[in-house]
Design a protein around this ligand. Structure first.
Ligand code: AMP
Length: 424
């Protein structure tokens, strides 16, 4: 038999890594509760038509697409928003607005594998549907801030912009949507020269180039510069004003926005308003991002519904925590092994293990039939904290031997008081 490996771009998550992933998703879920987002679980496989409708050329070309046995053209989801928009036009169509939805799970893109870029990766995803107000945009940024804070990530910075500024400039020059998307896609990759070459007029090219020069260290100053720059053009001016309103609310909400990017673009095509990304100094790839998409639900046949959302890359957050030597706290979680001194006491030992589990104490039970010495030696190697040793003599007194493996100390503890010993 060949020795099987994972498929390129796919990874096994073991031990500490698996713990970190579930820990991070746990914090995202806590954030969802804090902000009133209800969790939904949608399928990994969706129709290709749905997933490709407005995701953008970049992602369309990187989807895992296949025909199922019923000849349906399907794909593995490359993100959550299309599935959530589908829900908003079907099962949740009549729900009162605003709709606040949270999801977490794996997504798939045929990216070139490298550090922080995989073909299967995990996201936590938040969508707020039904409001076009800046409060809604601010909420999505603020909940990302709360999530990062809950992970004790240090030095993270938000980059924020408004797709309406660039689209506005292009629309006023009558640039068609396809060309707009091609320009934005290149700007997203910072291929500015390539992007500007696609601008149809000299004026349009100059306007875009000029945008790049407006960035300053103070984010409010940058917004003022953008407003002044597009003051005579109605559509981009409205976008710049909107960005200013959102920025003010975000800062009022206690999140220091670090950078306003005047010519900011993101890979997904469906954005219509504010867009943002989040970074830490130790990594040059985004930990998460999102933005406003006011037309997607309508495109899926629903009522026109403004919406804003974001996705956080769990894999990259795990890398960020690692880079900052930050281990998600597992305080209070002691490992306990329960074992019997001989086979005849197995049943009694199991009763004690079950009672401990019922009171919320995590317990491993000796299942290898090892002699006491070997079992304790092995537990010590695996960094188990305590061994509960069930022996005849103590059992007669309604007690067990509790051994602290690190300290090599042991005491007799009444069974009734055992659970309390582990409630730190
Ligand atoms: P997006 O859905 O493109 O807005 O991406 C949201 C977040 O998902 C990004 O900021 C990254 O943290 C993460 N992400 C995107 N692509 C990948 C990938 N190929 N591997 C790992 N994480 C990714």
């Amino acid at each position: 038999m060949p020795s099987f490996q994972t498929v390129r771009g796919m990874r096994d998550l073991l031990g500490e890594e698996a713990l970190a992933f579930t820990g991070i998703i746990g914090k995202a879920r806590e954030t969802a509760l804090l902000y009133g987002y209800k969790e939904v679980i949608t399928p990994v496989v969706e129709s290709f038509e749905l997933l490709s409708a407005k995701s953008g050329e970049e992602i369309r070309q990187r989807m895992f697409i296949f025909k199922d046995l019923g000849e349906r053209q399907v794909a593995l989801r490359p993100e959550f928003t299309a599935s959530i928009a589908r829900l908003a036009t079907t099962a949740l169509k009549n729900e009162p607005k605003p709709l606040r939805l949270f999801s977490a799970g794996s997504v798939y893109r045929y990216d070139e594998p490298q550090k922080g870029r995989y073909r299967e990766f995990y996201q936590s995803n938040f969508e707020l549907m039904g409001s076009s107000r800046p409060e809604a945009d601010a909420e999505i940024v603020l909940l990302t801030d709360s999530f990062m804070r809950s992970l004790c990530l240090r030095g993270y910075a938000f980059k924020i912009g408004h797709i309406g500024v660039v689209r506005g400039i292009l629309s006023q020059e009558n640039v068609d949507e396809k060309t707009q998307n091609a320009i934005l896609q290149r700007m997203d990759k910072k291929e500015y020269n390539e992007a500007f070459k696609l601008a149809p007029t000299e004026h349009c090219r100059n306007m875009l180039e000029g945008l790049l020069q407006l960035k300053s260290d103070d984010c409010f100053e940058t917004v003022e510069k953008i407003k002044a720059y597009v003051a005579t053009d109605e559509i981009p001016k409205a976008a710049a004003d909107n960005l200013g309103d959102i920025l003010k609310l975000v800062v009022d909400g206690g999140c220091p926005i670090q950078v306003v990017e005047p010519a900011f673009a993101r890979g997904l095509e469906y954005y219509t308003g504010m867009i943002f990304e989040i970074y830490i100094p130790e990594l040059d790839i985004a930990l998460g991002g999102g933005g406003r998409y006011d037309r997607l639900i309508e495109l899926f046949g629903g009522e026109a519904t403004p919406a804003v959302g974001c996705a956080h890359g769990i894999d990259r957050i795990a890398l960020a925590l690692q880079a900052q030597k930050n281990v998600l706290s597992t305080e209070g979680k002691k490992r306990v092994l329960v074992l019997a001194v001989n086979d005849l006491l197995k049943g009694e030992a199991l009763k004690i293990a079950q009672a401990l589990r019922l009171s919320g104490v995590g317990v491993e039970f000796e299942v290898m039939g090892r002699k006491m010495g070997k079992a304790l030696e092995d537990a010590d190697k695996r960094k188990v904290d305590y061994a509960v040793i069930v022996g005849e003599r103590e059992l007669k007194e309604g007690a067990v031997m509790l051994r602290n493996l690190a300290k090599r100390e042991q005491t007799i503890v009444p069974i009734k008081e055992l659970a309390k010993k582990f409630s730190f």
